[in-house]
Design a protein around this ligand. Structure first.
Ligand code: F6R
Length: 626
């Protein structure tokens, strides 16, 4: 969603701000702008649409400043028009603000400010902030701390979740940033300082960052950074070192980040295996766990069930997680859409491990569902205690602050809006968790656990071999779907979530209507949709439900549908009109491979149509509003 950047130092701010905003483009936005401070004036330039529009407006504009803030806006309050784009200023144009999040009490504040004579020119919630700051500033005239104090008083008046960066023409050597529920980090350079709502905008300048916590406000000057709480007390923060290399935010030889990230998956799985499989474990030695998750024993004590909260692709990974936790560890598991559960929670269950799954760690619905669970378990008997585990790609995220422990999925930054490598890494986290629980509860034999681990170790090489042969094959194959308007994906058992994921990937980046169904459900209604214009992709992996999926696929073929099999090359493969071949692995491990041709199919169909694969329309990488 929205993105914030800021710079204070000795270099020219404009280019640093623009390139920072480019690094945040992946988050989704529909207008952009920046404001710099120079010669006692704020210069603000804003444009509707993509960043190249802003760049065009800046051609020929003199902006020699060394201080500035920038923003990409994903419209919530008010249309994506230039007059709603950030930065917003007060009546005099001396205070400029960029904001991520939502100021919930903006209507009351705006009414109050209007009654005092302030003039508003946008439909946004953000515009109240510069007006409030300007009003407070007049109370502190002449004081050295005036700007900081005015912003501090202002944030104390705002309700909702927000992150802001503010500059003021009268205090040209300061940027003030603040956080309440929306992330913002400060990058520490040599005599220069940066701020950004997401770290990809920082890594090419510095890897030393300080992330603000909720209720914290910081002053950035060319001399350093000071952090305070909203009461004005100084807070000592320890910087951390980002372990992302700047190359992760470049496309290299790939046309799109999504394709690059699909190809990164073998290494992501390798790195998860290295981190989380205990190489000292052997099937006969039951004293140590087969995994290195290092989860506290309190997470497992008296455990009776697991309840998972997630959205979108993370919800699909969680459905595979449910299958694994139930089949490998015998633990009954429920998977909730976070957006639904928060308004219709199920009756409280005791001895339950609550898991939030979110690659960004910032999804508002997932965080709210977990916070609600935490809240309603307060003051209840011990067996209802909230025990929270997070599965995320962002060890520094809001999720990590909320839960007792996390599993860091270590996928490296994902820039493409469509989740690919973070999905397989989330699924890996569930394999590790299910194996750990299975071992703790003595549910599966050591031999079976060893067999599963052995199978997982082979996945990276199998993925590599598939990517090598299938990328160009599927690129050619995708041509024939240039005019296709509907797709159906079917799977069963552990591959039913992969059918859902294949359909979601296709919809979100190619805008082709697609549905995923459990294959056995087709005849209960959806089969009425089928004719020769609706291709059916069937995931058929040898195992418990193989024959069943083949029969369901035949039913589709009998209705003239083009039948595409995601299946091993075998004699039964001739059931299909086309085969996207998958190595014949243990069915239990197969989702790690069956997802690959579906990601490639979605990617190549969208790329053939000339669509903006990495930033599909209307979507945002991190959905920080409800
Ligand atoms: C799909 C996709 C979204 C996200 C969903 C949850 O490709 O990326 O469906 O999975 O918005 O996001 P996180 O995992 O950040 O909670």
């Amino acid at each position: 969603m929205c993105g914030i950047v800021g710079y204070i130092g000795t270099q020219s701010a404009t280019e640093i701000l623009l390139s920072g905003l480019e690094k945040l483009e992946y988050r989704g936005y529909d207008s952009a702008g920046l404001a710099t401070v120079c010669d006692g004036q704020i210069k603000s330039v804003r444009a509707k649409g993509k960043l190249h529009n802003l760049r065009e407006k800046l051609v020929g504009v003199e902006m020699p400043a060394n201080v500035g803030i920038g923003h990409t806006r994903w419209a919530t309050h008010g249309k994506p028009e230039e007059y709603n784009a950030h930065p917003h200023t007060d009546d005099t144009g001396r205070v400029a603000v960029v904001q991520n999040g939502i100021v919930e009490n903006y209507r009351e504040l705006r009414k109050e400010l209007e009654s005092q004579g302030h003039k508003f020119v946008s439909d946004t919630d953000t515009e109240v902030i510069p007006h409030l700051i300007a009003a407070f500033l007049s109370n502190f005239t002449g004081q050295r701390e005036a700007f900081f104090e005015a912003v501090r008083q202002t944030v104390n008046k705002l309700d909702g979740g927000f992150a802001i960066a503010v500059v003021c023409a009268d205090y040209p050597n300061e940027i003030i940033v603040a956080r309440q529920q929306a992330p913002i980090s400060i990058g520490l350079g040599q005599g220069e300082f940066f701020c950004a709502s997401d770290t990809p905008a920082l890594v090419s300048h510095t890897q030393v960052v300080v992330s603000l916590d909720n209720g914290e406000i910081a002053r950035l000057t060319p001399l350093g950074v000071e952090v305070y709480n909203f009461d004005g007390d100084r807070v000592n923060k320890l910087p951390r070192i980002l372990n992302w290399s700047p190359t992760l935010v470049e496309k290299h030889i790939f046309k799109h980040f999504m394709l690059k990230e699909i190809h990164e998956q073998p290494n992501v799985v390798r790195s998860c295996l290295e981190a989380y499989i205990n190489s000292d474990w052997d099937a006969m030695n039951s004293l140590v766990s087969p995994t290195n998750l290092k989860l506290s024993s309190s997470l497992y004590e008296n455990l009776e069930q697991v309840e998972i909260f997630a959205c979108g692709t993370s919800w699909h990974a969680s459905l595979i997680g449910k299958y694994l936790l139930e089949q490998l560890a015998g633990i009954s598991t429920t998977v909730n859409y976070a957006s639904e559960a928060r308004y219709a929670p199920s009756p409280l269950r005791k001895n339950t491990l609550l898991i939030g799954v979110t690659q960004s760690g910032e999804t508002a619905d997932t965080l709210a569902a977990l916070a609600m669970e935490q809240q309603r378990r307060l003051d209840k008997p011990a067996e209802f205690e909230s025990i929270l585990l997070g599965i995320t790609n962002r060890a520094e995220s809001s999720l990590a602050n909320l839960v007792n422990q996390i599993i860091d999925i270590r996928a490296g930054i994902e820039i493409g809006v469509a989740a690919t490598k973070t999905f397989v890494a989330q699924v890996m986290a569930f394999y590790f968790l299910a194996i750990d629980l299975s071992w703790q509860r003595k549910y599966l034999s050591g031999e079976r656990i060893a067999e599963i681990i052995n199978g997982l170790q082979k996945i990276p090489a199998q993925m590599e071999q598939m990517l090598e042969t299938q990328d160009s094959q599927i690129e050619d194959f995708a041509h024939q779907f240039n005019d296709t308007q509907d797709f159906i994906f079917v799977g069963r058992g552990i591959n039913y979530p992969i059918a859902l994921e294949g359909a979601l990937k296709l919809k979100e980046i190619s805008y082709v209507h697609a549905e995923g169904y459990p294959a056995g459900e087709m005849k209960h209604g959806p089969i009425a949709l089928l004719d020769d214009k609706v291709p059916v992709v069937a995931i058929a992996m040898p195992g418990l439900v193989y024959e069943k999926v083949l029969s369901n696929a035949q039913e589709a073929k009998a209705r003239d549908a083009q039948l595409i099999g995601v299946t091993p090359e075998s004699t039964e493969a001739d059931v299909f009109d086309n085969v996207l071949a998958v190595p014949a692995v243990d069915e239990l491990l197969s989702p790690m491979l069956t997802v690959i041709p579906l990601q490639l199919l979605a990617y190549h169909i969208a790329a053939h149509r000339g669509l903006d694969v990495d930033q599909p329309r209307n979507l945002a990488k991190s959905v920080t509003v409800e």
